[in-house]
Design a protein around this ligand. Structure first.
Ligand code: NAP
Length: 280
């Protein structure tokens, strides 16, 4: 049987790095799209001789804050002529102030819009590879986006000064995107899952102000190994017929009432297509 292939964004650290390692353990070919490859420790390498040559680990440059880079990445993946069994939209930022290269609020641009464009450019590949799946790492933080998305502010710099609100909105967008995509691809046997990985000790808030970090440090947190479990469940085990659902603790969970608003999810789809139109 031929090797399964995953394209995963942001595999350099945290949850993504462990997901890459576990998929390699399972015999997958993993294409990491991001700014750098994961480093494996001497102990990890000695426990996993198959990581040594890393023949099944490829790298494609991707900066999600620039839609031109996203398009180049998609083209480079298509030129590899591989199937795409799982597209794993894992990369994320929190606590960054500013706008992307195209002038979009930074967290929304990186966490949602870059992934939206990447997926659009790989839709035909996903259909041809069916049964295939798209796994989006969202967050329970979407509960803080109680008012949904302020559409008029997407082209402005981050609104909240240490980024929690913007991060929450971007993670709500992840869930809306996954639900909408699931509906659109249901008849193609391409299934979509969004998920909360748990509260995980990673560097996701490294760009937040220094005073904010001790607040995070006092919480009990999962290890990245534990935090990768729901992502891996959605890639490897979640039933193909379950599409558009939100997962936590390796099982379907109920997101916030706002996250279930399909009219707003549709609006997100239309607005995202509009912003990305020049790169499609
Ligand atoms: N940690 C948690 O408690 C938690 C909770 C809920 C959800 N999540 C979600 O889990 C996912 C993984 O985060 P993590 O916690 O594992 O944090 P992390 O270790 O900081 O990983 C984030 C990854 O995203 C990549 N990335 C950031 N900006 C990028 C850009 N512009 N273009 C391409 N790649 C970029 C990073 O690459 P670089 O090394 O190049 O920066 C890194 O590989 C995120 O979507 C996050 O929102 C995390």
């Amino acid at each position: 049987m031929s090797r399964k292939v995953a394209l995963l964004t942001g595999g350099s650290s945290g949850i993504g790095r462990v997901t890459v390692m576990r998929l390699l353990d399972e015999g997958w070919h993993v294409v990491v799209a991001g700014r750098k490859l994961p480093n494996f420790s001497a102990q990890e390498l000695s426990e996993r001789p198959h990581l040594m040559g890393q023949a099944n680990l490829s790298f494609l440059p991707l900066n999600l804050a620039d839609l031109g880079s996203v398009r180049d990445c998609a083209r480079a993946f298509l030129s590899m002529d591989l199937p795409l069994d799982a597209l794993v939209l894992n990369a994320g930022v929190a606590g960054v102030q500013g706008q992307t290269k195209q002038g979009i609020e930074f967290a929304f641009g990186v966490n949602h819009l870059g992934h939206f464009l990447l997926t659009q450019l790989l839709l035909e590949k996903l259909r041809h590879s069916a049964p295939s799946r798209v796994v989006t790492v969202a967050s329970r933080a979407h509960h803080f986006a109680r008012d949904g998305i302020e559409w008029s502010k997407l082209h402005q710099t981050s609104q909240s000064w240490f980024g929690v609100k913007d991060y929450a909105v971007s993670k709500l967008a992840n869930i809306w995107f996954s639900r909408s995509l699931g509906k659109r691809l249901a008849s193609d046997n391409v299934s979509c899952y969004s998920l909360h990985p748990g509260v995980v000790r990673t560097g996701i808030w490294r760009y937040a102000p220094a005073w904010f970090k001790p607040v995070l440090g006092v919480r009990s947190m999962l290890t990245p190994e534990e935090g990768a479990m729901t992502t891996l469940h959605c890639i490897l085990h979640a039933p193909q017929r379950e599409t558009g659902l939100y997962y936590a603790n390796c099982r379907p969970a109920i997101p916030s009432p706002v996250a279930l608003n399909d009219e707003e999810a549709e609006k997100l789809w239309v607005q995202s297509l509009d912003i990305c139109s020049a790169w499609l």
